[in-house]
Ligand binder design. Structure first.
Ligand code: C5P
Length: 226
């Protein structure tokens, strides 16, 4: 069986992870959620008091990087993220982590370490990885590169619904819209591997598409490529 790597990048809540998971399932590939890794590092920072009023204590974070071990485990067929062996899947999807993750992800030493781990995971091929810098930095040799965009309102509504179904209540749609816009801004203007469409990437605007349509598009693209 021919194995390739698939890199899916794009703005927050553009449906990247849903289509990446659908493709991984179809192809029998491994799905790697790189955003979950940045979220887990952010949760560690919050737990250890490295973030005060949105400002990250970079020195303490960098000194602690060796103590932060991120892994994935399957729970009833669903991938859960673990931080130092503890399942943190629910915590990392909350608004507190969402509001603090982009400044943490802008720290160059954090990126270097996580990119190194992600490249290790992609070495054997047969991986679908989603994030912001997969096609440009993590897996520049990926055979398929997709860049997904979608209008901020549609994306915020999607993220909001997802949070409600995951039991994250007490959040308003306006807060989620503000968070999506803020992350887009920080992610695309940071100095270290900012969000960019990779050279040769296929651009998909998912604004008018349902999740099913988007997943099917991805699977069709993959089938056609193979
Ligand atoms: O994909 P998700 O929205 O869960 O990612 C959370 C945050 O992690 C992004 O807003 C971005 O700041 C950061 N991130 C990144 N590079 C990646 C994946 C995520 O900087 N490859």
């Amino acid at each position: 069986k021919k194995l390739i790597n698939v890199a899916i990048d794009g703005t927050s809540s553009s449906g990247k992870s849903t289509m990446a998971k659908a493709l991984a399932k179809y192809a029998g590939y491994t799905y790697i959620d790189t955003g979950a890794m940045y979220r887990a590092v952010t949760l560690y920072c919050l737990q250890h008091g490295y973030i005060k009023d949105g400002k990250v204590d970079v020195q303490r974070l960098v000194a602690a990087l060796g103590d932060i071990k991120i892994s994935f485990k399957l729970d009833g067929g669903v991938q859960h993220t673990c931080l130092n062996g503890v399942d943190v899947e629910k915590e990392i999807r909350g608004l507190e982590v969402s509001n603090n993750v982009s400044p943490v992800a802008a720290v160059p030493q954090v990126r270097h370490e996580l990119v190194r781990q992600q490249q290790e995971l992609g070495r054997g091929k047969g991986v679908v990885m989603d994030g912001r810098d997969i096609g440009t930095t993590v897996l520049p040799d990926a055979e398929i590169k997709i860049y997904v965009t979608s209008s901020p309102e549609v994306r915020a509504r999607r993220r909001y619904r997802e949070m409600l179904t995951k039991g994250e209540t007490g959040v308003t749609l306006d807060e989620v819209v503000a968070n999506v816009r803020m992350r887009d801004h920080i992610d695309s203007t940071r100095a270290e591997s900012p969000l960019r469409k990779a050279e040769g990437a296929c651009e998909l605007d998912s604004t008018p598409m349902s999740a099913d349509e988007q997943n099917q598009w991805m699977i069709d693209y993959f089938k056609h490529w193979m």
